[in-house]
Design a protein around this ligand. Structure first.
Ligand code: ADP
Length: 301
């Protein structure tokens, strides 16, 4: 199969591993820098161009679209969908998962366990917002943040009020969330491929830190997940419409709570913690599933 990998850099671990996995299985991978590709949008003949050339059709496309380039990246992916390529994750599903509020609303609608969460832009009654999610300690998140930046633990009601006021002053969209203390600074990343969790790891924050992001110094280790965690991760990916997803779960006294569903999960941490060939499993999934024009929307969404 001719497989396009939409990525900004072929030296990145995940991109490298996907290239290797394609080659090992006799496919032809091509890494495409989404920001350098350009498109003509004409009736019935969608094309993608790169460096003065029209690209041939691909059988499948693996989107590895960074959060900062979601808008343009999903447009390029949509173009490939219109050309009939099978997207590992569809453009609509990626856009859906990049909107944290929309994601949590969709998950809550289907009864997936979530930390009690409030959204606000410019509330007149901050006290009520804090009360709504159960009071301090609570976690305040900037909606636009990634890798744990813009995620603050407010230990007291006073601290929570000040942080919320500060974020409001910046005119930022914020999320206020119940602090899951019993998670003990750890979360579980479940890597879903198709309808299975193929690998899982526990990320543990440094002592004195509650954010377990590897970018914040957290460490990854192998973990055995419970059937409830497995089912929750698969259900969350399915609700988002993602074939491949990294589902982040907090272990709470009331069971698994989903924090986030990531549509371009990194492979380095999970492959080294689990010892699994996740890239290979992704390519096998494409082999089993890819058929021309096999998307729900064909670029309509
Ligand atoms: P980002 O998307 O920037 O990584 P997250 O929402 O995933 O931000 O939060 C970063 C980390 O903070 C999580 O991996 C988790 O360890 C911790 N965390 C986030 N929300 C909560 C919460 N409600 N209760 C306990 N810990 C949390």
């Amino acid at each position: 199969m001719k497989i396009a990998i939409l990525s900004r850099n072929k030296k990145l671990y995940s991109t490298r591993r996907l290239i290797e996995a394609c080659e090992q299985r006799g496919h032809e991978p091509m890494v495409l820098d989404i920001l350098r590709s350009y498109m003509e949008v004409v009736p019935s003949k969608p094309e993608v161009h790169l460096k003065g050339k029209t690209l041939d059709a691909f059988d499948a496309v693996i989107p590895r679209i960074g959060a900062s380039v979601t808008f343009y990246g999903t447009a390029v992916l949509r173009q490939f969908e219109m050309m009939g390529a099978f997207p590992l994750n569809e453009s609509v599903a990626i856009s859906r998962s990049r909107d944290k509020l929309r994601s949590l609303q969709l998950l809550s609608r289907k009864g997936v366990g979530l930390p009690s969460t409030g959204f606000a832009h410019h509330p007149d009654d901050i006290q009520d917002l804090i009360k709504m999610v159960g009071g301090a300690p609570l976690v305040i998140k900037l909606l636009e943040g990634t890798q744990g930046i813009g995620v603050v633990l407010a230990e007291t009601k006073k601290a929570a009020e000040s942080v919320i006021e500060a974020f409001m002053g910046l005119k930022a969209n914020i999320m206020v969330q119940e602090y899951i203390k019993e998670a003990g600074g750890a979360d579980i990343r479940c890597l879903v491929v198709g309808d299975k969790v193929v690998a899982a790891m526990k990320r543990q924050a440094l002592p004195g830190e509650f954010r377990s992001n590897l970018h914040r110094g957290g460490s990854a280790s192998l973990i055995k997940i419970t059937p409830a965690e497995r089912a929750t991760a698969v259900k969350a990916a399915k609700i988002m419409g993602l074939n491949v997803a990294g589902v982040d779960i907090l272990r709470s006294e009331r069971g698994p709570l989903v924090m986030e569903v990531n549509s371009s999960p990194g492979l380095e941490g999970i492959e080294s913690a689990s010892g699994k060939d996740v890239a290979g499993m992704i390519i096998e999934f494409i082999e089993k599933t890819a058929k021309p024009n096999k998307t729900k929307t064909r670029g309509k969404g």
